[in-house]
Design a protein around this ligand. Structure first.
Ligand SMILES: CSC[C@@H](O)[C@@H](O)C(=O)COP(=O)(O)O
Length: 352
């Protein structure tokens, strides 16, 4: 497939930088007002950064964890990969436990374990090459799925997206935001709406900032405005990313995605999920089996450190939800487009 997209135009934001000595993470807690990288010198610092959302987004936390393994390797001695694997196991388990919902974290660590198991005396170089490969493959997958997803969008369309699925959440270009970038570049998308994505405001803080770096001017909406937006006819597609795609096509993504899918179906708006194959988890049969992360209820009590909620209130803060496959029109990965996903279509695309 050929595409007219100038990818280099979109290579401006990089959330993860490997210096050869340390891992530098663009601190997403401080964006858009402060652009600052946090330096991680060991794997526990990486695990803490993943847990704190310094680095976030399913593919990005997998990539960061892979570099975390490279850092953990600095602290041990081993004659070969098998011996190193045993010694690195506690650090890898701590990285794996940093966040539960996005499968990309466990997937990246499993890849590091696999290459380690067969590595010889040069196991440190093997780990470093694998971490770099995970990052490089993610960027390539995003570019490919961007073009594939954009091709589904009829010129002149408006789209709504949720959370942040861009360069900040990946090795670059983005998943759903990659589709949107490609769609804008190809003249298919006229207008991009971004939901705020409360409580952490990934949409208002990160997606808007990222698109502005590209010269794309999104329109911000309150999350609660989504159904009304759809009713006006201004959007033809909802395009979102994923943290885990199950064997039956159910999709876990940022809290609020499920209600967007319900509203989209009601209004005849199409619903697309864009994610690399590293987000596909064929070992999880359906969304009912996904561990949904719940974060500090304090995230709901205010914005930017200013309290907005009444005092002495209880709160519940699940940060992901599951969209049933019946509400999804297309899942786009770098391997192709799965229309109306279900267990049969998923098996045909990804095996068992
Ligand atoms: C490529 S990003 C896909 C998802 O990871 C994204 O939509 C999302 O839900 C991120 O959640 P976050 O809690 O910000 O890590």
């Amino acid at each position: 497939m050929t595409t007219s997209i100038d990818f280099d135009r979109y290579d401006r934001v990089r959330p993860i930088r490997w210096t050869g000595e340390a891992l530098e993470l663009l601190d997403q807690r401080k964006l858009p007002f402060t652009v600052e990288y946090v330096r991680c010198d060991d794997s526990d610092a990486v695990a803490a950064a993943i847990h704190a959302l310094t680095v976030r987004g399913a593919p990005a936390i997998g990539i960061a964890a892979a570099w975390g393994v490279v850092l953990a390797a600095r602290a041990i001695e081993a004659a070969d990969g098998a011996e190193a694997a045993a010694r690195l196991d506690p650090a890898m388990q701590r990285l794996n436990a940093a966040r539960p919902t996005a499968v990309n974290l466990a997937w990246a660590l499993a890849r590091m374990r696999r290459v380690l198991a067969v590595a010889g005396h040069d196991w440190r170089n093997v780990l470093e090459r694998e971490a770099q490969a995970i990052a490089d493959e993610d960027l390539a997958a995003n570019r490919r799925m961007g073009a594939l997803g954009a091709a589904l969008i009829v010129p002149g369309s408006g789209v709504l997206t949720h959370c942040n699925t861009g360069s900040l959440a990946t090795a670059g270009f983005g998943t759903a935001l990659g589709v949107i970038r490609a769609g804008v570049a190809e003249g298919r998308i006229d207008q991009v709406f971004a939901g705020e994505t409360r409580p952490w405001l990934q949409g208002a803080r990160l997606t808007v900032w990222e698109l502005q770096q590209d010269g794309i001017a999104p329109t911000l909406i309150a999350d609660a405005a989504a159904s009304h937006l759809m009713k006006t006819g201004k959007v033809q597609w909802v395009v979102v990313g994923a943290d885990r795609i199950c064997a039956n096509g159910d999709v876990a993504n940022k809290i609020g995605t499920y209600q967007l899918a319900i509203a989209a179906r009601h209004h005849g708006v199409k619903f697309m999920v864009a994610a690399p194959s590293s987000t596909v988890d064929m070992a999880t049969a359906s969304g009912d089996q996904i561990h949904i992360e719940e974060r500090d209820p304090g995230e709901l009590f205010g914005v930017g450190g200013v309290r907005t909620a009444a005092q002495d209130v209880g709160a519940w803060n699940p940060v992901f939800d599951v969209t049933p496959h019946e509400l999804i029109d297309a899942i786009v990965t770098e391997r192709g487009v799965i229309e109306r996903p279900d267990a049969t279509a998923m098996r045909a695309a990804f095996g068992d």
